[in-house]
Design a binder for this molecule. Structure first.
Ligand code: ADP
Ligand code: MG
Length: 371
């Protein structure tokens, strides 16, 4: 791996953003006892901000990170704060009032994002450092290397375009996450509880899925994975300013996409990282900058079929289950069925309007710290 370019590894300039609302609500205490002492011992220069409202980290990303003062932004939170910070940086306005400028691209590419796990999911820390322990993650941040990662750009009619670094999901998983907010006291267990609850009712989430494939079968995915594994550390080509290759969700579908009607869908799940929470390695073939997103979906729903799948996600063995499709894709559009009425769409674990959306990969647009 490339050495950390700031020279002395022990004096990173960090902005720590603490979300007191994340997970079970212990982030301030966790940061004080497990993060701060280690950063101090490693002579990091640290500025700490505690978020005061939902969306605060987005404002911080737009207004404070742009000064270029920090080597890394440490999110003492779940995955919602990295989501907000990335979007804040992308919303940065240059002197002419222009958004999404070259400067915003540079900010995203140069400011490393990392996580001191304090949330319910903590997929970023688990995927990049193999741990969701706050103290082990603090050490990984102190010693971490810069790793380029693709981002995913979402287009929605009422929201315009925005970034996700982790997942988009519709159906069972989205409901189990966003529909269990009232169970925050359970910590990460609220996801599993939500999944089991919904499986018992065999609820389906009919939708249409249009996909631009890169590797459409499991054997092609294996080949893709083997090929790109060798290239992970070498490809540090800088990101280019984002220009949509496939238009927006309101444009006509490109003719070379494949359409799936999914009347019995249980879940549509797309990710850029292998671990979607501390216990669930839903996307074992996900790679940081292979120019693709990993798609996992199922058009069947029954407890007998789905419970063994959910149990197997810790090891990734669920991919061998019949009825589970897995692919590498460049872009897709998801259109919930009209009759589905109200539902949930989860983007990096955050709730977004329940309406059609389209997503495409933005290669190597962000930098994370990795062990
Ligand atoms: P979790 O893993 O538990 O979901 P996250 O860090 O992802 O934790 O954050 C969850 C939500 O908390 C995000 O939507 C974020 O906007 C919101 N949030 C951040 N700060 C506050 C605050 N001070 N009060 C209420 N909500 C907040
Ligand atoms: Mg979250």
């Amino acid at each position: 791996k490339q050495a950390y370019p700031m020279g002395c590894q022990l004096s990173k300039r960090l902005m720590v953003i603490v979300n007191p609302h994340g997970g079970k609500g212990h982030a301030i205490r966790t940061y004080r006892s497990e993060g701060a002492p280690l950063f101090k011992a490693a002579r990091c220069l640290v500025d700490v901000i505690t978020t005061e409202y939902a969306g605060h980290a987005r404002d911080i990303g737009r207004e404070k990170v742009s000064q270029g003062k920090y080597d890394a932004i440490v999110c003492a939170s779940g995955d919602g704060i990295p989501h907000e910070i990335l979007n804040g940086m992308w919303d940065y306005e240059d002197e002419d009032g222009k958004k999404r400028s070259k400067r915003a691209t540079e900010l995203l590419a140069n400011t490393a994002i990392c996580q001191l796990p304090c949330g319910s999911g903590n997929a970023l820390a688990k995927s990049l450092n193999g741990t969701a322990s706050p103290s082990e993650s603090a050490l990984a941040i102190i010693k971490g290397y810069r790793l380029k990662s693709d981002l995913m750009v979402v287009s929605q009619k009422t929201k315009g375009s925005y970034l996700t670094f982790l997942t988009q999901t519709h159906g069972l998983i989205a409901e189990s996450d966003l529909g269990t907010e009232h169970l925050r006291w359970m910590g990460g267990a609220r996801f599993s509880f939500g999944v089991v609850q919904r499986l018992l009712f065999s609820k389906t989430y009919p939708c249409r899925l249009d996909v631009k494939y890169q590797a459409s079968s499991k054997s092609e995915v294996r080949r893709h994975f083997a090929q790109y594994m060798d290239n992970i550390e070498n490809n540090t080509t800088p990101a280019e300013k984002f220009t949509p290759r496939f238009g927006t969700v309101e444009d006509e579908l490109p003719s070379d996409w494949t359409s799936h009607n999914l009347p019995n869908a249980s879940m549509i799940y797309v990710s850029k990282l292998p671990w979607v929470s501390t216990e669930n390695q839903f996307f074992p073939a996900a790679l940081p900058h292979d120019g693709a997103m990993d798609l996992c979906y199922s058009n069947t729903m029954s407890p007998f079929h789905s419970i063994p799948i959910m149990v197997a996600t810790e090891t990734g063995a669920h991919l061998d289950s019949p009825g589970i499709e897995y692919a590498k894709i460049e872009a897709y559009r998801l259109t919930p069925a009209e009759e589905d009425g109200h539902g949930y769409l989860s983007m990096d674990g955050e709730s977004y309007p329940f309406e059609p959306f389209q997503v495409e990969v933005w290669p190597r647009a962000a930098t994370f710290l990795s062990k």
